[in-house]
Design a protein around this ligand. Sequence first.
Ligand code: CUA
Length: 176
Amino acid sequence: MQPIAWQISLVLMALVAFGFAFVAINSGRRQEDYSPLQKSAYRLRSRLFWGLVLVFGPAMIYTLFELPYDAARANTGAGPVQVVDATGYQWRWELSQDHVAVGQPVEFRVTSADVNHGFGIYDANLHLVAQTQAMPGYTNTLRHTFSEEGTYKILCMEYCGLAHHNMLTEIRVGAQ
Ligand code: CUA
């Protein structure tokens, strides 16, 4: 540890010890009557509760009308859905195709052949655009419509062993 670090931690420990001592010394004193304060706090709490119910109840019902969200989103792009099967292995990805059309919905069906992996799609600036988990025995469906052409990277997002960092591939998004 750096000298300054142990000095800071010593000061912090002293402050904590002082806090404990303060509470211990004051705990013996008689308590004042808090019941009026308690009553008004309960009143405030119940008003707050019903206020939240009034605001979020209708908001929740309103948003439920858009269910199921995924199906609604998948149909927004023009053209048919492009299906890409993606399987994770220690330590590589296998895609049924490595290029898709821009502006058309893509359905990634993601699974794993061994352990849990994270399936993350990144754009050229390495910003995450979509992700799901790759799990053995399950197929997770990830729908995404690429709005820009380019080469996207697929990286593993979950530590899965020694060569986890090497688990990457690319998918090209081009003209229709
Ligand atoms: Cu696969 Cu990390």
